[in-house]
Design a protein around this ligand. Structure first.
Ligand code: NAD
Length: 498
């Protein structure tokens, strides 16, 4: 049994609150350990440490800060196998998928090595008589990230990388479901030369989150998780005067046009719908075939593929996907499938009774496929976050597009077609933050920004890419004139350069 504490002031510390949550191993349902749930006082202790450490780190030139990240990359590469093993055991995803989770985080750290470039301001010489104007980017001070269970390496690194590269001290409140990887990342940062107090991990639940939102020394919060919590943190954080960005849930559609390459579309749906047991905010959970013929063909081809999905424990290198994160998550997914059946959707593949031989206590749900789903059904409107794909048949392109645009979530979307004009029209008119053209999971690379629209995202700036540096810095603009013999006397009108 592992006891997970916190990482404060450059070292692991035990929890003092006396409150703990269970950490399971989803592949066999065993108890892996318990994680300490921080009190408000413990969060305050982390903030005090961070506040003391930040000024020197903020004053360290950005190239030196970037060098620490370079060393971190070397250490993370060496620790890759160990990190992937912890991640797969605590989350349930396969080891291969865990490596992808780590890699997408690493890519943001690579991008953050460009901190000297990203921190550059602007300069205008001669904006007025003897007057120059320049702007600079400065760190905010102490900032925080609150992250979900489903990417325990990637999302903490998306938040921490830009925050610390920009010269802030960072407090991470990771998911209490899989705390092992964030704690290990904290150790690697220290080994890479990051000063103690710059990257802290405070494990916890609502109490720690509320302490973050209400702490006056925390200047910004980057959150990723479900929409109700995103909305709550955004509202309360903003009313406390903080800079807040919150990324929420999703219901990602894939529109399949009659001219799509059907082999490619089916492969894409199988991978994007069922990979990681559907526990991705960019998973495809709704397939929208356009026209009856396309729909019939699609469902006919999907059924045998869903029935033959290879489900296995996280350590099985040949598995397509593993268990879901908790027994409660598995029960909730099955309940959604029951609801879909009651609502009148046609359950063409039923994975509810799947059990994994030799791992009967693991949290497995077999792949499920619904046909004839309609927009009024709960299984269409709500995020299921499991290996359940719904087919909603659209009579034509406009109806397919309208479905995507009318849904309350708008994280990712994809269109599969051979028609460049249709793809271009779709990309232009769809009201969704990230669009794939014959690409089912259009997660932008580190040097672009990531973010949904509508109720998938609250706040103005996206994650990673240039927006991340904007989010974790404030701009100061200096208008300067040196004594040079220019005398224009006292002026009582608003200064203009005209
Ligand atoms: P969650 O909302 O339950 O938890 C996210 C974080 O909020 C965790 O750190 C958790 O401890 C904390 N939290 C939970 N309940 C809280 C409460 N009542 N008050 C304050 N804090 C609370 O989400 P999850 O189940 O860990 O992750 C899955 C969700 O995250 C899905 O909805 C998924 O779509 C979403 N997600 C979104 C993105 C994105 O970029 N849009 C990326 C990954 C995951």
């Amino acid at each position: 049994m592992i006891t997970y504490g916190h990482f404060i002031g450059g070292k692991r510390v035990d929890g003092k609150s006396g409150r703990f949550a269970d950490v399971c191993q989803p592949m066999d349902g065993s108890m892996r350990g318990k994680v300490a749930l921080a009190s408000q006082a413990e969060l305050t202790e982390a903030v005090i440490n961070a506040k003391v450490a930040q000024p020197a780190w903020g004053a360290t030139n950005p190239q030196r800060r970037a060098r620490v990240l370079m060393r971190f990359l070397e250490l993370a590469a060496k620790a890759n196998g160990e990190l992937a093993d912890i991640l797969a055991r605590e989350h349930g995803k396969t080891v291969a998928d865990a490596k992808g989770d780590i890699q997408r985080g690493i890519e943001v750290i690579e991008y953050c090595i460009g901190a000297p470039q990203m921190m550059k301001g602007e300069y205008t010489e001669g904006a007025g008589p003897g007057i120059d104007i320049y702007s600079m980017r400065q760190p905010l001070g102490v900032v925080a990230g609150i992250t979900p269970f489903n990417f325990p390496a990637m999302i903490p690194l998306w938040k921490a990388g830009p925050a610390i590269a920009a010269g802030n001290a960072f407090i991470l409140k990771p998911s209490e479901r899989d705390p092992g990887v964030p704690l290990r990342l904290a150790e690697l940062f220290i080994e890479a030369g990051l000063p103690p107090g710059i990257f802290n991990v405070v494990n916890g639940d609502k109490e720690a989150v509320d302490a973050i939102i209400d702490d006056p020394d925390i200047k910004a919060i980057g959150f990723v998780g479900s929409t109700p919590i995103a909305e709550y943190i955004y509202g309360r954080g903003c009313s406390n005067g903080k800079r807040v960005q919150c990324f929420g849930g999703a219901k990602n559609h894939m529109v399949i046009m009659p001219d799509a390459d059907m082999d490619q579309a089916v492969d894409a749906l199988i991978g994007a719908g069922y990979g990681s047991a559907g526990e991705r905010c960019m998973a495809i959970s709704v397939a929208v075939p356009v026209g009856q013929k396309t729909a019939d063909e699609l469902v006919k081809r999907l059924v045998p593929r869903v029935e033959s999905l290879r489900i296995g424990p996280s350590t099985d290198a040949a598995a397509d996907f593993g268990p879901v994160v908790t027994a409660a998550a598995a029960a909730k997914i099955r309940e959604y499938v029951d609801i879909g059946v009651k609502e009148g959707a046609k359950l063409v593949v039923d994975g509810r009774s799947f059990t994994m031989q030799g791992y009967e206590k693991g949290f497995y749900v077999g792949g499920c496929l619904f046909d004839q789903v309609t927009p009024d059904m709960r299984i269409y409107k709500e995020e299921i976050f499991g290996p359940v794909l719904s087919v909603v048949r659209a009579k034509d392109y406009e109806e397919g597009l309208r479905l995507c645009n009318d849904h309350e979530y708008a994280n990712g979307v994809a269109v599969f077609t051979r028609d460049g004009g249709a793809a271009r029209d779709f990309a232009s008119r769809v009201n969704v933050g990230m669009v794939g053209v014959n690409v089912p999971i259009p997660v932008p690379l580190a040097y672009y920004t990531f973010g949904g629209w509508k109720r998938s995202s609250f706040g103005d700036l996206n994650q990673h890419g240039p927006d991340a540096f904007r989010f974790y810095t404030k701009t100061k603009t200096v208008t300067s004139r040196w004594p040079s013999g220019i005398k224009d006397g006292a002026s009582f009108v608003i200064p203009t350069m005209g």
